[in-house]
Design a protein around this ligand. Structure first.
Ligand code: BG6
Length: 471
């Protein structure tokens, strides 16, 4: 749809950016922090571990000052469960509470709204050893952890996100380091874990509303429009299958409190439908999320697949589809350009995705990740000319405004990432930030912060409330 006149971004629009604890904080074993599954995960050869990352734990004041200079209205970050409860349950680590209190207060002193993800891929290792999300006790552990968070920070943190990209943990857990190597394609186990996470999320949302009536809470999956590879009805059906399995399974449960019917029939066909205990469906109902947060990097394209053989996830990651025999198979979209890391770039797909979520759920939306992972080079006089990142972000901001004009209730945009950090599986050479961190995979150098060209560009975007997108 072509609009003669665009609606402006709302006056109090939450411009900001995002990070996650294990990818940015470092200090993985300091001040009483327990180990998470990420701290013990194997790293692909030649990529950094998560021990120091960008050392935000020790640089947060300097970094928040830079965020304020960019004009951030919001900063989305995650709390490391293991800083608060080193064993996942039991004793509270006061130093962990202190760190996040200091960070939140620092942000508020610059009028930056903290947006907190409660759990971003870093399950406490002590819980993992007891079965992790396969163990129903982890549901109670998460509820207890969320209670500690609301008690400690609910007076100042208004926006809460439950679980980051639960759908990616289920579909691509091996890549994200969130499932062990104890079984290839352990679908039965994964969808049972998924059910437990849905229950944990529902309990946390209800608790939030009960404990902090002034707070708002919502889920934070990764959502993408799914395209059929051709207009063949079989491909269109495959796209609908994958959309239910990848997207709507998670949001239907979070918003409507029920399982998506196509996703359920897929799980039955695969023999991996979860065991639902008495009372579970009542827990899922009536959570009333206040908004939907979602991460968007690109769309995905799929074709029909009528085989009965094995599935192939070997080339898959968050943005690269795979083959599910008899359900769909990933296809390349030749209309789209790709990033240096092979992810397709689809700004118009962003508008489509916004519209799809809006039409299906009719809730306020906030984008909590969107961005370009690229190799950056420091040139003369400490300059980093990341025009490619500006180009990517500009096109997505344009589409966000078109989405708003289409009627989407978008109230914030927090791209990935505020500052360079370590990618989930491709090291720190895959950079996303507005601020460069001077280190490489094996050499921590001086961890100096350097403003990239995109830093100055985003500052202008924010100060003009999205009107000035020029370089
Ligand atoms: C999202 C995650 O999947 O994508 C982030 O929430 C992640 O944690 C981001 O870093 C980009 O993915 P990657 O694999 O390039 O780090």
């Amino acid at each position: 749809m072509y609009h003669e006149k665009l609606k402006p971004f709302p006056k109090d629009f939450l411009w900001g950016a995002s990070t996650s604890a294990y990818q940015v904080e470092g200090a993985y074993n300091e001040d009483g922090k327990g180990l998470s599954v990420q701290d013990v995960a194997k790293h692909p050869e030649g990529t950094s571990d998560f021990n120091v990352t960008s050392d935000f734990y020790h640089h947060y004041k300097e970094d928040v000052k830079l965020f304020a200079e960019m004009g951030f209205k919001a900063f989305r970050f995650s709390i490391a469960w293991t800083r608060i409860l080193p064993n996942g349950t039991g004793e509270i680590n006061q130093k962990g509470i202190d760190f996040y209190n200091n960070l939140i207060n620092e942000l508020l002193s610059y009028n930056i709204e903290p947006i907190v993800t409660m759990y971003h891929f870093d399950l406490p290792y002590e819980l993992e050893k007891k079965g992790g999300w396969s163990n129903r006790e982890t549901i109670d552990a998460f509820e207890n952890y969320s209670k500690v968070l609301f008690e400690s920070f609910g007076d100042r943190v208004k926006y809460w996100l439950t679980i980051n990209e639960q759908n990616m943990m289920i579909l691509f857990g091996a890549v994200l380091g969130t499932v062990g190597e104890d079984g290839q394609d352990p679908a039965k186990k994964l969808y049972q874990q998924n059910h437990h996470m849905l229950l944990a999320q529902a309990k946390a949302m209800k608790l939030c509303h009960a404990m902090c009536p002034n707070c708002k809470i919502g889920p934070a999956p990764n959502i993408s429009s799914i395209y059929p590879a051709t207009s063949k009805p079989e491909d269109i059906l495959a796209a609908s299958n994958f959309s239910s399995i990848r997207n709507w399974l998670y949001l239907d449960a979070a918003v409507f409190g029920r399982y998506n019917s196509v996703a359920w029939s897929y799980m039955e066909k695969r023999g991996c439908a979860p065991i639902i205990e008495a009372g579970d469906m009542d827990i899922l109902k009536g959570t009333n999320p206040d908004f939907i947060a979602f991460n968007y990097y690109s769309t995905m394209t799929v074709a029909a697949n009528n085989e009965t053989g094995a599935n192939d996830k070997s080339k898959a990651d968050q943005q690269r589809a795979f083959k599910e025999a008899g359900v769909f198979e990933g296809a390349a979209n030749t209309n789209l350009e790709k990033t240096q890391f092979g992810w397709e770039i689809d700004p118009i797909g962003f508008r489509n995705t916004l519209r799809e979520i809006n039409e299906r759920y009719n809730l306020p939306l906030i984008v909590t990740e969107n961005g370009l992972g690229a190799y950056d080079t420091v040139e003369e006089n400490d300059t980093i000319n990341d025009d490619y990142r500006i180009d990517y972000l500009r096109k997505h901001v344009e589409q966000a405004q078109l989405g708003i004009t289409d009627g989407v209730k978008l109230f914030g945009y927090c791209p990935w990432s505020a500052i360079d950090l370590v990618s989930t599986h491709e090291g720190c050479k895959k950079r996303y930030g507005f601020i460069y961190v001077n280190r490489d995979e094996s050499d921590l150098k001086d961890l100096r912060r350097i403003k990239k060209k995109s830093f100055y560009w985003y500052k202008k975007v924010i100060s003009s409330n999205g009107e000035d997108l020029a370089e």
